[in-house]
Write a protein that binds this ligand. Structure first.
Ligand code: KE4
Length: 430
């Protein structure tokens, strides 16, 4: 792949932006090589500034579930933009969005729009703390909830541990209020709540982990957390920024039949524009300013153009059979990748949940824990990533990210991907 123009842009970018990017994972640090710069996107494809075409399994990290540049989304944005870009006053689209979210996710009786997943999760945690008067929160090893201070906490070893800041700038006093658990470990969760349950304001979890590769919940695990939180008066928060409208129309809570007290959203609800939201039980949400004392605000929250994009995408994902088709695409892709790996003699397995998937270079038949994901061969993944990129397939540039299919990934695209993988697995073996 020629990359002259991208390389020139990256040289300039590195002088002007930390690492040359506006979000760390885009820098390809963990997979090697330098990022390409995108000129445009369409359907399942990204086209870079050097004219290279990539089949895209990142999908802007989840939002582009209908494929890039969908005409219905683009036209909704164009129409809305003609009426103005931002009002700083309520507009009808915000009401329509709130009606849509509360209808599709019944555990959300009320919602508040914000501008990113990070804003959604840090607001939800503040609400849990404000509503309970408690300070401690629980998160899980490997789960990522955006860059809010309380979430940038490195898990200690094994089960219960007090947090250690995972980033300079996070005060130890704040990190100490974040308790970390291993995902899918029933006993560790019970032990934590036995010891500290009545001090816990909220527990936040990715109901399907998508930030430590793709890890599905074990049978009954989410129900177990629901019961622990109910018993101890802790707020159960499902971070569905990634899983929302992707693993099922109603998100992971619909797929697994467990209703949280609060849910956070992002990505798909913005249709590619900067949007996040949090919502949940009425008596919790009515504590948010100006209805209640828990303060949270945002200049561009509920932005009319962003609402138009999100509403157009949410209409498309409600089309009959939409999620079934995407689940079939993800299964066909992963079955093909597993067959190609086996043919090449490369130890490999995959997870798939709805329209998201994970690839693991390991002898293990199944990976559903953070420790299991960390034990996989990240160097082999990096070689596979680079070999696939060189063959026009863009995977998430990290062994600890999930992959995404869209409605634009048809059988021919999947077949082309698997053909590229056959050669790429051979490159991994060397
Ligand atoms: P944003 O602030 O990036 O919109 O959302 C944060 C967030 C919250 N919760 C979950 C479950 C998330 O996956 C995310 C963001 N996801 C990453 C991808 N793993 C965004 C990519 C990036 O950081 O550039």
């Amino acid at each position: 792949m020629k990359q002259q123009r991208s390389n020139a842009l990256f040289a300039r970018a590195r002088e002007l932006m930390p690492g040359g990017v506006n979000s760390p994972v885009r820098a390809f640090r963990s997979v090697g090589g330098d990022p390409f710069f995108v000129a445009r996107a369409d359907g399942p494809f990204l086209f870079d500034v050097d004219g290279n075409r990539y089949i895209d399994y990142v999908g802007s990290w989840g939002p582009m579930i209908t494929g890039h540049n969908h005409p219905r989304v683009r036209e909704a944005v164009e129409r809305a933009a003609r009426d103005g870009l931002s009002f700083g006053a309520p507009c009808p689209a915000e009401v329509t969005m709130a009606e849509t979210l509360t209808r599709l996710v019944p555990s959300c009786e009320m919602v508040r729009m914000v501008n990113s997943g990070t804003e959604a999760t840090l607001s939800a945690i503040r609400l849990a703390r404000g509503a309970t008067g408690r300070a401690r929160i629980v998160k899980f090893e490997g789960c990522y909830h955006g860059h809010g201070d309380s979430f940038l906490v490195k898990a200690g070893s094994g089960a219960l541990t007090f947090g250690v800041p995972d980033s300079p700038g996070v005060p130890k006093a704040l990190a100490d209020l974040t308790l970390t658990l291993p995902y899918n470990d029933f006993d560790a969760a019970s032990a934590l709540f036995d010891r500290s349950g009545d001090d816990i304001a909220g527990l936040i979890i990715e109901p399907v982990v998508g930030n430590a590769n793709c890890l599905p919940p074990r049978e009954g695990y989410l129900r177990h957390l629901r019961e622990l939180c109910t018993r101890h008066g802790a707020v159960l928060i499902f971070d569905e920024v990634m899983t929302g409208f992707r693993v099922a129309l109603g998100g992971a809570q619909a797929r697994y039949g467990v209703a949280p007290d609060l849910t956070t959203f992002g990505k798909i609800i913005g249709g590619g524009m900067p949007v996040g939201a949090y919502g949940g039980r009425r008596e919790l949400m009515e504590q948010v300013s100006p209805a209640g004392p828990v303060y949270q605000a945002g200049t561009l929250s509920g932005n009319p153009v962003a609402m138009a994009a999100g509403l157009a995408m949410l209409e498309l994902v409600q089309e009959p059979g939409f999620h079934q088709r995407l689940e079939a695409t993800a299964n066909a892709l992963c079955d093909g990748l597993e067959a190609a790996a086996q043919e090449a003699g490369v130890p490999f397995t995959s997870n798939r949940v709805g329209a998201m998937f994970g690839m693991f270079f390991t002898e293990s038949p199944m990976v559903d824990s953070y420790a299991g994901a960390v034990a996989c061969d990240a160097a082999a993944f990096a070689r596979f990533f680079r070999a696939m990129l060189g063959r026009g397939v863009f995977l998430a540039p990290s062994a600890f990210e999930a992959g995404f299919v869209s409605a634009a990934h048809d059988e021919a695209i999947v077949a082309e991907t698997i053909e590229a993988a056959r050669a790429a697995f051979a490159a991994v073996r060397q």
